[in-house]
Design a protein around this ligand. Structure first.
Ligand SMILES: N[C@@H](CCC(=O)N[C@@H](CS)C(=O)NCC(=O)O)C(=O)O
Length: 230
């Protein structure tokens, strides 16, 4: 039995981390037997990050490696896709993970109004007396990383303009399809879906969450993606 080591549920999502949700989507699509084990502190994990899977005593870290492991076991996430579709799929995955993800990160960690909720959700295991100190120091590190990455230098409205073409690209593929490459979910959905879904899963609205919520195509997609893990 495979065990998915994941951050716990948060904001109504399978996990507070869209990468953990992505790994869960791959496990579900693969049809293997698996279960979840929640973890709040990834410091003992190979890359000090989650998701990780444990299988026969071995740890496999990183959602892409988890995908590769499942494929090596025989899972086919892109069955029936042409080579052109597969190359587009790869580009969509990169767009989601190397761009949309950072918008979600900043939208969550950079929002003063959301911060108390995020702090008490992500750091619930830390006793109250220490929580503020630990959480604030991690927040500072995350925001410094976002400043280095570049998105952290933009205003919320400028960030919205920056992500708009990505949302348009996703919406265009979904006009005629339930999922990005047709009627059934493929690898791209396991990755793109959780990122879009995470952008709207928050206790208070942001410019980004409002933009997505006003789009019926995207919201229908979020519902279908989240439904795969029910
Ligand atoms: N490339 C990794 C990204 C995983 C990742 O960034 N995980 C974040 C949560 S979304 C994490 O564990 N962060 C903890 C840290 O950086 O200390 C994957 O695909 O699994």
């Amino acid at each position: 039995m495979i065990t998915l080591l994941t951050y716990p549920r948060a904001f109504g999502q399978y996990s507070g981390s869209p990468f953990c949700t992505k790994a869960a989507q791959f496990l579900k699509l693969s049809g293997v037997q698996w279960r979840r084990e929640d973890m709040l502190d990834p410091r003992k994990m190979p890359f000090q990050k989650l998701p990780v899977i444990r299988t026969e005593g071995t740890l496999i870290a990183d959602s892409d490696s988890i995908r590769s492991y499942l494929e090596a076991q025989g899972a086919q996430f892109d069955e029936g896709l042409s080579d052109i579709d597969k190359s587009t799929s790869r580009a969509f995955i990169r767009m989601a993970e190397e761009h949309i993800y950072f918008h979600v990160l900043l939208d969550r960690w950079g929002d003063d109004a959301m911060w108390p909720v995020l702090r008490d959700t992500y750091f619930q295991a830390i006793p109250w007396i220490m929580r503020n100190f630990v959480a604030n120091s991690i927040r500072k590190t995350v925001l410094k990383g976002m400043h280095t990455q570049g998105l952290g230098r933009l205003s919320e409205q400028d960030r919205l303009a920056r992500i708009e073409p990505d949302l348009d690209a996703v919406t265009t593929r979904l006009w005629q399809n339930r999922f990005l490459f047709g009627d059934k979910p493929t690898a791209a959905d396991a990755s793109v879906g959780p990122m879009i879904s995470a952008a709207v899963a928050r206790p208070n609205p942001s410019a980004l969450s409002q933009r997505i919520k006003e789009n019926a195509v995207l919201m229908g997609y979020v519902e279908r993606i989240d439904g795969l893990l029910d």
